[in-house]
Design a binder for this molecule. Structure first.
Ligand SMILES: CCC(=O)SCCNC(=O)CCNC(=O)[C@H](O)C(C)(C)COP(=O)(O)OP(=O)(O)OC[C@H]1O[C@@H](n2cnc3c(N)ncnc32)[C@H](O)[C@@H]1OP(=O)(O)O
Length: 302
């Protein structure tokens, strides 16, 4: 069973890499998947268009922009490939502390490119595409960066799933997140259902998926899907998101990254493994420069 295998795989890595499978090549699926991955990579090359742009800033906050404006930022095949590459780049960015995921031209993402969906209608092919995106989005969520999706316009289908692969979501006042899969005769397949249940609970997840309900910012905040509402004016949403995120990324990178690591292990590992990982991560900051500096200045927390 893929899921229990994923679990064991994750635990095994715990002992050698502080339990956090967020390195380059930290695949969710095992070695048997490699051949299938190559096959789907070649298939995805056949659906070009758009790009995934990444800017790593001096502040330690990177901005990843989903860009395919002619198709409301739908994910083409080559964008799926680029997403993998950008995540790999972020896995190697040791100075990074935060990540903002946004869409180009005032909207977030309208999901899979329907042209590709029509051409990959075979269930086996669909499942391979699904595994490819599960892999990319799981690695995205496990990055040792505190991440936030800034939703302007619409996040539909796979676009709504992408928002759940970030630690937080901020919504512009006139935006919506909508898991439209049911209306497409589908369920989420990029890991969006599993993550949604963890974010809003199974009752709310069932409502959102079963009713393909529109989630506006007020509803989003009520059920815990949205962590705040931002101004949709051009540029303002990104600026507000950077400001909001800096509240969590202020401080030295090793400490911020350690915070994210203990949260990921607490979320994903069985308790004993999570405790072991926490101890190991603790060992990376205890007596470190930030710790010694705080002790020297006799920090008070009034
Ligand atoms: C993982 C499973 C999935 O993600 S399945 C895909 C789920 N997404 C969808 O079904 C989105 C379908 N699209 C829509 O509902 C509408 O286009 C939305 C996004 C609401 C935008 O509406 P509206 O503002 O009226 O613009 P429009 O329809 O004229 O769209 C502009 C151009 O963009 C295109 N577009 C939009 N979404 C996609 C998509 N997912 N794949 C491919 N193309 C898409 C439209 O076709 C339209 O293109 P064109 O101008 O007609 O050439």
């Amino acid at each position: 069973m893929a899921l229990s295998y994923v679990g064991r795989h994750l635990i095994r890595r715990t002992h050698v890499t502080l339990g956090l499978p967020c390195r380059r090549g930290g695949a969710v699926y095992g070695s048997g998947y490699r051949a299938e991955e190559e096959e789907i990579r070649q298939k995805l090359q056949g659906f070009p268009g758009g790009s995934i742009n990444l800017v790593k800033q001096e502040s330690g906050i990177a901005v990843m922009t989903i860009s395919n404006p002619a198709r409301m930022n739908a994910f083409s095949g080559t964008m799926m490939l680029e997403l993998h590459d950008r995540v790999s780049e972020l896995e190697e960015w040791t100075e990074g502390k935060g990540l903002i995921v946004r869409g180009d031209a005032g909207t977030f993402c309208s999901g899979s490119d329907l042209n590709a969906v029509r051409a990959i209608a075979d269930p086996q092919e669909g499942m391979k595409m699904c595994m490819f995106m599960q892999n990319a989005l799981t690695r995205l969520l496990r990055l040792p960066l505190i991440s936030v999706a800034v939703v302007e316009g619409k996040a539909l289908g796979g676009g709504s799933e992408l928002t759940t692969a970030c630690d937080f979501r901020l919504m512009a006042t006139d935006s919506e997140i909508r898991f439209v899969h049911k209306h497409m005769g589908l369920v989420p397949g990029w890991g969006g259902a599993a993550r949604l249940v963890r974010i809003v609970g199974s009752q709310n997840a069932l409502k959102l998926l079963g009713g393909a309900q529109k989630v506006d910012p007020a509803y989003g905040e009520r059920i815990g899907l949205s962590d705040g509402t931002v101004d949709p004016l051009e540029g303002a949403a990104l600026e507000a998101a950077e400001q909001w995120l800096s509240g969590f990324t202020k401080g030295p990178a090793p400490v911020i990254r350690a915070v994210k690591k203990v949260v990921v292990s607490g979320r994903e590992l069985p308790l004993e493994d999570a405790l072991r990982t926490e101890r190991e991560v603790f060992g990376t900051v205890w007596g470190g420069p930030a710790n010694l500096e705080a002790l020297a200045r006799k920090a008070k927390h009034k």
